[in-house]
Design a protein around this ligand. Structure first.
Ligand SMILES: [Mg+2]
Length: 223
C-alpha cells in the first residue's frame, strides 16, 4: 500500500521545544521576574531541571521555584497562567521543518498527535503556522487517550481517512512515538535528540527535517 499520510509528534519533532522554552524563559526572567531574581540564568537552569523534558507540569515547577528563589511578587497560578498563554509566542520549529512541511503538504494528508495539555499544545502548534496544511490535530488531554496507546494512532488515521498501513508516524520518543505507532501498524521515522540519540526499532531516522520528504519517499518504495 502506498503511503498517503504523515502524522507528526509536536515537542522536539515539529517544535524545537528546547529553543522555544529557552526563549520564553529568557523573556520571563529578563522582564516580569527581573525585580525578583538575582540570577536569571540560575532560575532558568533550575526550571529546565525541574521540567524534566516536559514531563512535570508547570504548577509543580513554579511552586518549587517560588520557594527556592524566594519570589514574593508572583503566585504559582499567576506564573502558570503566563506560561500557558504566552509560551506559544516563542514557538520555533525544528531545523528543516518549514521546508519539509512545504514539500509534503501537496502530496500527503498531514496530521498531528501530541501528548499534552489542551488547548496549550494546540496553541503552540498553531503558532508555527502550519495549521492550514493539517487535516487532523489531536492532543491527548482533549481525546482521553495517550501515546503509546495504539487507539490514539488509529484515531489519527481515521480522521485522515487512511488505513494505518498507509501512514507514517514521525517522532522523537522511542516508546510513545515509535513503539506506539509500530504497534498500531504505521511505518515510523525517528527524530533523534540529545535525550534519545537513536532508536533501532524505527524504519528510518531523520535528524535534519529537510530530508524528511526523501526519507518518506524511500519508505514508500520499500512498502
Ligand atoms: Mg516529542
Amino acid at each position: 500500500m502506498p503511503l498517503r499520510a504523515v502524522i507528526f509528534d509536536l515537542d522536539q519533532t515539529l517544535l524545537d521545544r528546547t529553543a522555544s522554552l529557552g526563549a520564553f524563559l529568557k523573556w520571563q526572567t529578563d522582564g516580569m521576574l527581573k525585580p525578583d531574581l538575582e540570577s536569571p540564568p540560575e532560575f532558568i537552569s533550575r526550571f529546565v531541571e525541574l521540567d524534566n523534558n516536559g514531563r512535570v507540569w508547570k504548577d509543580v515547577v513554579y511552586q518549587r521555584l517560588i520557594e527556592e528563589f524566594a519570589i514574593n511578587g508572583w503566585k504559582t497560578e499567576e506564573l502558570l497562567a503566563v506560561y500557558e498563554s504566552c509560551f506559544c509566542a516563542f514557538s520555533v520549529p525544528r531545523i528543516g521543518v518549514d521546508q519539509a512541511i512545504g514539500e509534503l503538504a501537496g502530496s500527503y494528508f498531514l496530521g498531528l498527535i501530541s501528548n499534552g495539555k489542551s488547548p496549550f499544545q494546540e496553541r503552540n502548534f498553531r503558532a508555527l503556522g502550519y495549521s492550514s496544511s493539517f487535516d487532523s490535530i489531536i492532543v491527548s488531554e482533549a481525546v482521553g487517550l495517550r501515546k503509546p496507546d495504539p487507539e490514539i494512532f488509529h484515531l489519527g488515521c481515521s480522521e485522515l481517512n487512511v488505513d494505518p498501513k498507509e501512514a507514517v508516524f514521525v517522532g522523537d520518543s522511542p516508546v510513545a512515538d515509535i513503539s506506539g505507532a509500530r504497534e498500531a501498524g504505521l511505518a515510523t521515522i525517528f527524530v533523534p535528540t540529545e535525550l534519545n540519540p537513536s532508536c533501532e526499532e524505527a524504519d528510518e531516522t531523520c535528524e535534519d527535517m529537510s530530508y524528511l520528504p526523501a526519507a518518506i519517499a524511500k519508505l514508500g518504495e520499500l512498502q
